[in-house]
Ligand binder design. Structure first.
Ligand code: ZN
Length: 81
């Protein structure tokens, strides 16, 4: 029974290459189009891992405090005028 064998292995199979010899990890990718859940082996996840490494190693950019931020109270006060 193929179904039983798959269940006993309990391996996550990559959704891209379907290679059962490689263990896959679940990823959820969110974009403006929505979220996609996918299981990826190390090879297929590499572009994502590279991107994550790039994002994590990026220097923190501090925005100059030029844009005035209005509090909700200030906005409400303006509306009442
Ligand atoms: Zn793969």
């Amino acid at each position: 029974m193929l179904g039983e064998r798959v269940a006993k292995l309990n391996l996550t199979v990559c959704d891209i290459c379907g290679d059962r010899s490689k263990d896959a990890s679940p990823y959820t990718i969110k974009s403006n189009d929505g979220a996609v859940s996918v299981d990826l082996c190390d090879d297929d996840a590499k572009p994502i891992e590279d991107l994550l490494a790039k994002i994590r190693s990026r220097p923190v950019v501090r925005r100059p405090n030029r844009i005035p931020v209005a509090t909700m109270e200030q906005i409400e006060r303006l509306k009442q005028r």
